[in-house]
Design a protein around this ligand. Sequence first.
Ligand code: HEM
Length: 554
Amino acid sequence: DPTWPSEIDELEEIMFQLASFRARKFADTVSPCGNEASGPGRLNAAEWLRTAFHDMSTASLYFRAGGLDASLQYELTNGENKGPGLSATIEFMARYLSRKSSLADLIALGVYMSVRSCGGPAVPIRAGRKDATTKGSSGVPQPENSPMMFEQQFDRMGFNVEEMIQLTACGHSIGGVHSEQFPDIVPSGTGRNGQIELDSSAAVFDNRVVTEYLNGSTKNPLVVGPAVKINKHSDFKVFNSDGNATVKALTDPQTFQDVCRKVLQKMVEVVPPGVALTEPITPYDVKPVNLQLTLTGGGRVLRFTGYIRVRTTMIHEHSIESVTIAYKNRDGESNCGSGGCTITTTVQGVGQGFDDTFAFFPIKENIPASTGISSFAVTVNYVDGSHEYYDNNGKGYPLQDAVLLQLPQSCLLGSSGALTVTAAVRNDRVSGGARAYASYKTPQSNSPSPRLQNATIDLAKGDCVGEYTLFSTEWSVPGGLAYESRIDINNGDYSDSFKSGGDFGGTCRPFANPAPCGGSSEKPTSPGPVSPTVSSPAGSPTAYSSGISSNRRN
Ligand code: HEM
């Protein structure tokens, strides 16, 4: 496993938590492969794969520019990116755009999704691409181009003739050519649902595009039919450019899959200079998911929630009896007050990716706020009595309790973006204050994807309750996509980060039964009676927090 937390955590979830419990549903429109989620004759998986090629194919090694950088979002009307599939792909993926998952990385991930969903190889995906902010050069290969021009274009992208042929054969393993965009290649009424498929198994990632081309049975409109006379039979021109030597080598099905894995990986790794890609994203064996500490019990208790996700691909999930979490207190010691330092949990749900299954073990534990938590280790206990110990590569899974987002006292209205954010800061860290860092999306008129923006918001100090002090403020998330925003709460080097706006409720609740500041024996420094519900005019949140009145909107 990578050491947790890691920069790829968000993409890892999007890539592998596809279905069932805690699914991110990124593959929903491309799985199964034949899914025509956008309408008849439109194979979404094929649209995703073509999107990646069109984004990448304007790269220039000579000018050290372009590549998989999501510049396609600004190039959709330039004449060489025809068809609704490209914008539909970007629009779908944009919902997953965040500061930890660039649109360019999502487009790369889309290659893995579409190809794997269609029975093709698992293309390794590295992360770290950056999104362009304006359009790049033109230069997507067009069917009418000469063989020489195709060679030059692929050479510009970094592919030799053999790789050009391989990549085009791999790409054209799924999908078809559409009448609406290419009426001279597929005259209206000649296809099924407005398109003719590139091979006889358009919804299977296999080498029929090659074998049918070689044995003369192909109906590929980029090889035979009206395209020939008007010189738009580009697959013929490409496949034939080395006398069919390369395509002949692809007639072995396994070779086809291996070659496609290699050239498709190369395709998604054509990136502008300055982009450093990570190691390929692989699923963790054990991963903490959605961990949250919440101050409760009047300020004396930390409610610890979330999941331990265990990869069960190689084993039956019922072979795991339980998972034990052994945690250390705030000082790194094994003194955790009344509850002891261990939590045992049994499976709550299972989820799947294309090749992996996961069991989720819920955490619902109260930790004394006086002793807190700093890290934990995980033991997977099997039914047969054996155990496996995971300590995050010797480091323990870290969890800070210095600054916490208080979801119950925070709220967000999707319609107006009205946000109340409340944090709890441990009393010994109060001088560091609390700041929210909001990453949010605003629409762009020239792209189907919104753009990421960010803002830093200071939280104002409120009541001290038990071991913690509450901080709160109100803000308005611009852009109309508030639920897709992400919030970090920072206190110096400590951060409770990447909290989804979608997890915020619509109503803020008061901090119940506030304990006296500093501990049970002391008198409260501020009496902090719980404020009554403030009913707000339509469109603004019902703000509600413990004695914090200075920041109220109304
Ligand atoms: C010489 C290079 C290429 C040319 C001239 C070319 C041209 C075309 C054309 C004209 C279409 C029909 C689009 C439509 O009607 O929707 C198409 C479809 C497609 N292309 Fe290419 N292509 C090339 C290379 C590639 C490569 C390298 C890939 C990916 C690795 C790729 C992936 C696809 C896919 C998946 C479709 C099906 C789209 C759908 O069904 O919606 N193409 N291509």
